[in-house]
Ligand binder design. Structure first.
Ligand SMILES: Nc1ncnc2c1ncn2[C@@H]1O[C@H](COP(=O)(O)OP(=O)(O)O)[C@@H](O)[C@H]1O
Ligand SMILES: [Mg+2]
Length: 267
């Protein structure tokens, strides 16, 4: 292989596709359509975006949304510098000026005025009006807006309105199937595939408890963490306690139940 090709390949973060998401994302990019990724936490959404950005050779800005994030945090604001007021672009404005992917993670967490800013960017106008400066930015062809959210946290307040969600090409994510997940966990952690397959089996059992004892099952991220600690020499049960039991619940009795489940599943 050519040296430059090796270098370029190295920079693309590993991502194991679950279906046709790579093709859908590429087509959406070509047709300048924004994309919405839905799925539980730790199932590969962020990794997918990083992978696609590298593959399409686009800069990537990721913004983790939280309940205090307002539109001005994305667009920008006037700041006082040496007795002068100067405009300072927010991360969304910077991305629209520059091009590339702007990824708003957990967008439903953000304040309501954020969606207002996103609307003109997500229809065929592809503009970002900056009320404060009077400027209207036109997104370059290689600008792409990507948002994600976790529909699992059922809450009437925290969901996307149809008028917002119907602006996006949407892709559903879930935990990978057992074979794929085993490969991911082995590759990410360096732990032997056989041991990873066992952890994936346990995860399947834990995920079955979602909605009963657990709000959310063990994520692929936690499996990678567990396998990484084991690859680092930690005893299996200790690693499981720290990654697949403690993070899932604070309930004492449920944790005891999970411990039993791990013993029964793994022996
Ligand atoms: N399909 C996948 N290919 C490669 N790694 C994955 C995949 N799914 C999950 N992972 C692993 O799980 C971790 C968590 O995934 P992440 O993308 O951060 O989840 P999310 O953004 O959905 O919460 C990643 O850092 C990676 O190690
Ligand atoms: Mg993420």
């Amino acid at each position: 292989m050519h040296l430059a090709a090796v270098a370029a390949h190295k920079e693309v973060p590993f991502y194991q596709p679950q279906g046709r998401e790579c093709e859908i994302f590429e087509a959406a990019f070509r047709r300048r359509l924004p994309v919405l990724l839905k799925g539980p936490t730790g199932c590969g959404k962020t990794r997918f975006v990083a992978h696609m950005a590298a593959k399409l050779n686009l800069p990537l800005d990721t913004i983790a949304c939280h309940d205090d994030l307002a539109a001005a945090d994305l667009t920008g604001r006037y700041l006082i510098k040496n007795d002068e007021t100067v405009w300072s672009d927010g991360p969304l404005t910077r991305a629209v000026r520059r091009g590339g992917i702007c990824y708003l993670d957990e967008v439903v967490e953000a304040r309501k005025d954020v969606t207002v800013v996103l609307h003109p960017l997500t229809d065929d106008r592809r503009i970002l009006p900056l009320d404060r400066t009077g400027e209207t930015l036109h997104a370059p062809d290689d600008f792409m807006l990507v948002i994600s959210y976790n529909p699992g946290y059922q809450s009437v307040l925290k969901t996307l309105k149809p008028s917002t969600r119907q602006r996006f090409v949407a892709i559903s994510f879930d935990y990978p199937n057992a074979e794929a997940e085993t490969e991911i966990v082995a590759r990410e952690s360096g732990l032997a595939a056989g041991a990873c397959a066992q952890l994936v089996r346990l995860a399947g059992r834990l995920r079955a408890l979602k909605g009963q004892d657990l709000e959310e099952g063990a994520s692929t991220r936690l499996l990678v963490a567990c396998a990484s600690l084991m690859a680092d020499g930690m005893k299996r049960d200790e690693a499981i306690e720290a990654t697949l039991i403690e993070p899932l619940t604070d309930d004492f009795d449920v944790r005891a139940g999970l411990r039993d489940l791990a013993q029964v599943t793994l022996g």
